[in-house]
Design a binder for this molecule. Structure first.
Ligand code: SF4
Length: 358
């Protein structure tokens, strides 16, 4: 019989499960505190639980926690983890040290269906979506790693492999667990979800009215170029995507971030900047310019720093809020998916450039 994954249970479901085992429901609070806030990996280490309960739990339940099989550490402090899942799949999780605090970049799928042409990692395809528990386990892995050094996790970015809104139900369940005081207890203001632009799901998320930061991977100022770079644009072109983002901003009061990966001589010309400024004029928007992390065989080149600066200057001149993302982890397998492709996963995963919390 398969074991119950405790990370997959709500506090109420955990109390019922414990009652079913003949235990007092208040034990749920102790277990949740261990799982979400203390640095343990097994039932044995939960020392305020009676020994008999720990033994019983190890027979019938799994903590749901995950451990990396491979770790890469960058000179700038970025840490990248290859995280095996129970069925042999693997995803990448990244710890990012920003001046403003530590962020965890989390994967929501093993692989990706979106097929963006600049994303080396999405190319070999899609394996499966992750459960809410598997998404949370990556956060706990990073949180515990930081905790050992007396550091706090400040932000979470759903920008690892996969399209979060292509795994909508699990991601919404994960958001519930993030803000639940009995579980992670973190404000959704500290979480950013990055999407390639799935319009119906953006509108559903807007209806939830949560203060979650939305980042849209835009990467082109017109449909012709965006169709080429991101096939999802053929289903949800800019004239549908941007109004959906406006609805999101209107319902949540949160400014939408538009991510723009600069690809040299593809989308980094002066006319692209001016067209982008036109597109975003009058919108509650912020542009995050992302230097492209060169991916072998992608055929794309990063824009040289003077081109990046000029692009940013042109946007600012048109009164568009803009930041240039600092590159992290450039000396390790930098773009998401490369660690997994290099060994451990069954297929190469999808992935975005590492995210700066917005
Ligand atoms: S950039 Fe994002 S949405 Fe596009 S293929 Fe890569 S992981 Fe998927």
């Amino acid at each position: 019989m398969s074991k119950v994954n405790i990370l997959a249970l709500s506090p109420q479901a955990l109390r019922l499960f414990l009652e079913h085992l003949g235990e007092k429901p208040y034990r749920a609070g102790q277990i949740l505190a261990w799982l979400y806030h203390k640095r343990v990996g097994s039932w044995e280490e939960m020392t305020d639980l009676p020994g008999a309960l720990r033994r019983r739990l190890s027979e019938v339940a799994d903590t749901g926690l995950l451990s990396p099989s491979r770790v890469q550490v960058s000179r700038d402090g970025t840490e990248k983890f290859l995280v095996p899942l129970a069925d042999g799949q693997a995803v990448e999780t990244v710890l990012l040290p920003y001046d403003t605090g530590y962020a965890a970049c989390i994967s929501t799928q093993a692989g990706c269906r979106m097929g963006c042409v600049f994303c080396a990692s999405g190319r070999p395809g899609f394996s499966r979506s992750l459960s809410a528990a598997e998404i949370m386990a990556q956060v706990l892995l990073v949180k515990k790693r930081l905790g050992r050094r007396g550091r706090e996790l400040k932000n979470i970015v759903l920008m690892g492999s996969g399209e979060p809104l292509d795994n909508y139900e699990a991601v919404v369940a994960f958001l519930e667990a993030v803000q639940d005081r009995e579980r992670l207890g973190l404000s959704l203001r500290r979480l950013t979800l990055s999407t390639a632009g799935l319009v119906p799901q953006i509108l559903s998320l807007a209806e939830l009215g949560r203060p979650l930061n939305l980042a849209v991977s835009l990467n082109a100022p017109n449909n012709a170029l965006r169709d080429r770079l991101m096939p999802i644009n053929r289903a949800y072109p800019l004239e549908r995507l941007l109004p959906a983002c406006d609805t999101y901003a209107g319902k949540t009061g949160r400014r939408v971030t538009y991510e723009y990966i600069l690809l040299h001589r593809i989308n980094d010309r002066a006319e692209d900047a001016l067209q982008l400024a036109d597109l975003l004029a009058g919108r509650l928007a912020h542009v995050n310019l992302i230097p492209f992390n060169a991916v072998p065989a992608s055929g794309f080149k990063p824009s040289p720093p003077p081109v990046v600066e000029e692009f940013a200057r042109l946007l600012q001149q048109q009164r568009v809020n803009v930041t240039v993302r600092r590159r992290l982890g450039a000396d390790i397998d930098a773009a998401c998916g490369q660690l997994r492709a290099g060994g451990g996963g069954q297929q190469s995963s999808g992935g975005k450039e590492f995210g700066r919390p917005v």
